[in-house]
Design a protein around this ligand. Sequence first.
Ligand SMILES: NC(=O)c1ccc[n+]([C@@H]2O[C@H](COP(=O)([O-])OP(=O)(O)OC[C@H]3O[C@@H](n4cnc5c(N)ncnc54)[C@H](OP(=O)(O)O)[C@@H]3O)[C@@H](O)[C@H]2O)c1
Length: 292
Amino acid sequence: MDQDSELKGKTIIITGATDGIGRALAHMTWKAGANLVLHGRNPQKLEALLKSLGEGLPGQHALTVKADFSRLQEVREMAAEIQAKVPRIDILVNNAGFYPDGRVITEDGFEECNQVNFLSPFLLTNLLQTLLIKSAPMRVINLSSIDHRFVWSNANASSKHPFYWRWVAYCRSKLDIIPFTRELAEQLKEYGITVNCIHPGIIRTKVIRFLPVSWGASVRSGAATVYRLIVDPDLADVSGEYFERYRISKPSLVAQSKRYQAALWRLSLPKLGLKQTEDGSIIQRSTTQNDQ
Ligand SMILES: NC(=O)c1ccc[n+]([C@@H]2O[C@H](COP(=O)([O-])OP(=O)(O)OC[C@H]3O[C@@H](n4cnc5c(N)ncnc54)[C@H](OP(=O)(O)O)[C@@H]3O)[C@@H](O)[C@H]2O)c1
C-alpha cells in the first residue's frame, strides 16, 4: 500500500457500499488510506465487504452500518449510530439507490423508489447536519443520473398516478437529487461544506439490468468519477454543481428551477418528521406528515 496515500486519515461514509459503484469506491478509498464507514442493508454482504478490503495501514479502520432505506426508522437509527461512533466526516457519499421492480408503497407511506433514492439520503444528510458542520471543511457527493433529463414533474406523482412506470419513478428520484444538492450547497456554503451531485456514466450494475447486458462501462470507471470528486483539490470550492462523469454540466430546466428547489425542500422536511429552525438548524419533530 502507498504510504503517502492521499486520503490517509480522512473519514468517508459511503452508502450502498455492498455492490456496484459503492463497493468499488470502498476498495479505491481504502487503498488510498481512508477510514471508512460502509453502509448496506444486507449484513452478510457488509461482512463480506469488510473481509474483502484486506489489511490497511497501521491505524486505518473501517466500520459497517446497516439500514434498509425503505424504512425511515432504520435511517434514523443509522444517523444516530454514526453520530455516536464517528467523531468527524470528511466526505459523505450518498450512493445507495435502486431500480424498482414495480410500485411498492413502504410502511412509511411513500413510493419505494422515491424513498430509497431521494427521501432517505435527504433524511440521513439532514440528521447528520451538526456532525457535517463540525467536520468542515468537508464534501457531500450525491449520486444522480443523466436519466433526470427525461422527466419534469416531481416524485410524488409515482405513488398517485394509476399507471406506474418504474423507469419514470427512477428518473424522478434522480431528478430530485439535483435541487436537493443545490439547496443544501447554498445552505451549507457558509460553513465550508461543498455539495455536488454526479452522473457516473452508464455503468454495468444491477441498476441498469433492464438494458442489454453487454451495455455500460465498468464499475471501476463509474467509481473513478466519484473518486475524483472526493480527491480533486481543484474542486475544493466547487459546490452546487451537477457533473456528468468528469465535467460540470447544466442539468435539466426543472432541476435548475429555484421554485422547484424551494418547494421540494419545504415539502420534504415535514414528510420526514424534520423541521428547520430560524437559524437553519434541522430538528426532528415527533410526527411525520405524509401528504402523498
Ligand atoms: N449503474 C448506472 O448506470 C448508474 C447511472 C447513474 C446513476 N447511478 C446511481 O449510482 C448509485 C449506485 O448504483 P449502482 O449502479 O452501483 O447499483 P448497485 O450495484 O445495485 O448498488 C446499489 C447499492 O445501493 C444499495 N441499496 C439498494 N437498495 C437499498 C435499500 N433499500 N436500502 C439500503 N441500500 C440499498 C445496494 O444494496 P445491496 O448490495 O443489498 O443490493 C447497493 O449497495 C445509485 O444511486 C444509482 O442510481 C447508477
